[in-house]
Every structure is written in structure tokens, then in C-alpha cells.
Write a protein that binds this ligand. Sequence first.
Ligand code: F6P
Ligand code: FE2
Length: 189
Amino acid sequence: MYKEPASFKLDIESGVIEDSKRLVRRLSDMKGYFVDEEAWKELVEKENPVVYEVYAVEQEEREGDLNFATTILYPGKVGKEFFFTKGHFHAKPDRAEVYVALKGRGGMLLQTPEGEARWIPMEPGTIIYVPPYWAHRTVNTGREPFIFLAIYPADAGHDYGTIAKKGFSKIVIEEDGEVKVINNPRWKA
Ligand SMILES: O=P(O)(O)OC[C@H]1O[C@](O)(CO)[C@@H](O)[C@@H]1O
Ligand SMILES: [Fe+2]
């Protein structure tokens, strides 16, 4: 009847959680996500790099319980656009989430269902509160792997569809050696 309390070993250097479920997303898994489709195709054909890995400890989908996962988001770009996670709303959209940045540099794009976006830079020690209803995507703006921990309700679920189709209203690019957050030229509200 009571679940057994549990502890897990996180290797802070690599971001790997022992005895967790590993998920790998390669660039070929992200068709249609990047603005420069030519650059995407070229890189997929050349090396199809791993964009990110997730190490997740998940419970049954039940209200009140919690999941957590580390993500190792690799450095890289498609055209001018930095590598990012797919990004999602929660299937139960009113579920919140907390992110803790552990290593490397990057940031988070958040967006309401109406397309209002925010950018929050992240460095080791940054904690982000993702409120209910906001879609969220992390971006690696550095030259090393960007590693963070996310803690989210076990019944939050993932709704990837909206973001897969429409993307975020902002994109994060490198231009003249600078990180810039600009309007997504392909965004349609
Ligand atoms: O689920 P996405 O958008 O691919 O991003 C991966 C990260 O986000 C989470 O889904 C949590 O929001 C984690 O599993 C992981 O940390
Ligand atoms: Fe989430």
C-alpha cells in the first residue's frame, strides 16, 4: 500500500541517472522543427547527430506523484539555430514543472497557447518554475553539453503535437558571434 522511498545516483558531470530509462533523440527525429530545412537535411545525411538524451525516473500516471529526468542537450546548430529539445505542452495542460540547470549554458523558451513567448537564460544553479499552461523548450547556446534536471507531475503527460506543427513564436540563433532571440519567420498565430 505505501510505496517504498527510493534514492538515485546522479553523476553531475555526465548527467546520467543510474537505473533510469534512457531516451535518445537524433536530428532525424526532429523533422520540421528547425527553420532552415536545407541545413537540417544536410546534417541528417552527413552525421545525424544525437541532439539530446533523457534519463527519466517515472511513476504510473497518477495525480499527486512525481517524475524526474535529466536531459543532456548537446551543443550544435542547424543553420543559425541552436540545438533544442522538441518542447511540449503538458497533456494535462494545467500541470507545472521545475527545472534545475546543472552544467553548461543555455536557456528556456516558454509559450502560452496564444503564442506569447518568454526567454529565460540558464546557467548552473538556475532554477525555473514553469507555470501551468506554458509550453517549454530548452536550448543549448554554449559549446559544451547543457545538462539540467526536470521534476514534473506523474500525470502531466506530453503534448508534442502543437509545437511540432507550429513551433515557438521565437527562435534562438547565433549571429555575428552573439546569441539572439528573434521572431520565428515561420510562425503563424
Ligand atoms: O520532452 P522534450 O520536449 O523532448 O524535452 C525533454 C525534457 O523534457 C521533459 O519531457 C520534461 O518536461 C523531460 O522528460 C526532459 O527533461
Ligand atoms: Fe514538461
